[in-house]
Design a protein around this ligand. Structure first.
Ligand code: APR
Length: 318
C-alpha cells in the first residue's frame, strides 16, 4: 500500500490518542506524530501503538513527543502535511462548549504559534471547543490561508443524526443520509430536507414531531455523552470524523464533507467560520458546496452565522 506524508495530532488525551490510533491503523501516512505537554505521555502512547502494528497489520510509524508552550519539542512536527489540534479542556457535566472559551483560547494560541513556526505548510484541522471560535482563532494566530484551516464538527453531528435515524427506523446506518450545518453548539442546524433513507425523503418516513425529537437529541448529542461519562467528553465518533478529514486531505480526495470552513458569500453569508459542506483536498478546503435549503433552514443557518460571528470577532483578544 502506498503511504505518504506526515500527520501530527496535538494533544494526547482521549480525543487525540484515539485519532492518532485511527490514523495509524489506516496505514496511509508514513508517520503519525502525537504530542502533549504531559511529559512521557505521548511517547508512552506511541510506543504502545507501535507495538500493535504487527497485530493490526499497519506499517505507519507513530512518534510521541513532549512539548512545552515555549516551543521545546515542537521540532518533531516539522514537515507535517496535516496537523489535528485536540489540545484543550473537555466539558464537564452541565457545562456548555462556550464555557471553555477562555482556557482553551490560551492553549490554542500557544499551539497555533508553534504550528505556524514548525509546520508552516500544514493543513490544520481543529477539534478543540468551542469549535467554531477555536478554529477562527487558529487561523488568526497562524495567519495561514483560511482554506488551510478547518474544524471538525459537522461530520460528527451528521453521524450522530444518522445513528439516531437508523435506530428509530430499525434500518442499517448505511441506508441513511443526514446533514447538519451551522455551529457546533446551540445553533447547530440539522437539515431534515436533505435527509433520506434508501433514497426516500425522511419527511415521508417520520412525522414532523418525530424528526424534531431526533433533531433535538442530535443538537444535544455531545452533552448527553458528557452527562453519562461525568469526566470528559466523547471521543470515539469525534476521532473517527477527524481522522477521515485528515485522510481526505492527504489523499486529495475531493470528497464533500460537512466541516467548519470559512464562508465567503455562500448562502448569502460572509466572513465567518461556520459548519457547511465543503470539498476537501490536499490544500484543505477547495470550495464550500451549497445545498438546497428550505426557508426555515436557511434562516436558522443565517442565525447561526450571526451568533458565531460575534464570538469569533472577540476571540482574538482572549
Ligand atoms: N499542548 C499540547 N497538549 C496540551 C496542551 C498544549 N498546550 N494543553 C493541554 N494539552 C493536552 C492535555 O495535557 C491533555 O492530555 O490536551 C489533552 C486533552 O485531553 P483530554 O483532557 O482527554 O480531552 P479530550 O477529550 O481529548 O478533548 C480535547 O476536544 O472535544 C474537544 O472539548 C474537547 O476541547 C476539548 C478537546
Amino acid at each position: 500500500m502506498a503511504r505518504s506524508g506526515k500527520v501530527t495530532v496535538v494533544g494526547a488525551g482521549f480525543y487525540g490518542s484515539t485519532t492518532a490510533q485511527r490514523l495509524a491503523e489506516m496505514d496511509i501516512f508514513d508517520e503519525v506524530v502525537l504530542t502533549d505537554i504531559i511529559e512521557g505521555k505521548p511517547e508512552g502512547l506511541a510506543l504502545d501503538m507501535n507495538q500493535s502494528r504487527e497485530i493490526e497489520g499497519f506499517e505507519t510509524k507513530v512518534v510521541g513527543a513532549t512539548t512545552a508552550p515555549d516551543g521545546a519539542g515542537y521540532e518533531a512536527i516539522a514537515g507535517s502535511d496535516v496537523v489535528v489540534i485536540t489540545a484543550g479542556l473537555p466539558r464537564k457535566p452541565g457545562m456548555s462548549r462556550m464555557d471553555l472559551i477562555e482556557v482553551n483560547a490560551k492553549i490554542m494560541r500557544s499551539v497555533a504559534e508553534n504550528i505556524a513556526k514548525y509546520a508552516p505548510d500544514a493543513v490544520v484541522i481543529n477539534v478543540a471547543n468551542p469549535l467554531d471560535e477555536m478554529t477562527a482563532l487558529a487561523q488568526k494566530v497562524t495567519g495561514f490561508d483560511r482554506s488551510r484551516i478547518m474544524g471538525q464538527a459537522g461530520m460528527l453531528d451528521t453521524a450522530r443524526f444518522t445513528n439516531f435515524v437508523a435506530e428509530k427506523l430499525g434500518v442499517p446506518v448505511g441506508s441513511v443520509k443526514t446533514l447538519t450545518l451551522g455551529s457546533h453548539g446551540e445553533t447547530m442546524v440539522p437539515v431534515p430536507s436533505a435527509c433520506s433513507v434508501d433514497g426516500k425523503p425522511l419527511t415521508e418516513l417520520l412525522s414532523a414531531a418525530e424528526i424534531d425529537d431526533l433533531v433535538d437529541r442530535t443538537r444535544k448529542g455531545g452533552a448527553e455523552i458528557v452527562a453519562l461519562l461525568k469526566t470528559g467528553s466523547a471521543y470515539y465518533a469525534p476521532s473517527a470524523a477527524a481522522a477521515r478529514m485528515a485522510q481526505a486531505v492527504i489523499q486529495d480526495h475531493g470528497s464533500v464533507l460537512p466541516v467548519c470552513a470559512w464562508v465567503d458569500g455562500e448562502y448569502g453569508i460572509s466572513g465567518v467560520y461556520l459548519g457547511v459542506q465543503a470539498e476537501i483536498g490536499r490544500e484543505g478546503v477547495r470550495k464550500v458546496v451549497e445545498t438546497d435549503l428550505t426557508q426555515d433552514e436557511l434562516a436558522a443557518l443565517t442565525e447561526a452565522a450571526e451568533a458565531v460571528r460575534e464570538k469569533q470577532a472577540t476571540v482574538a483578544d482572549l
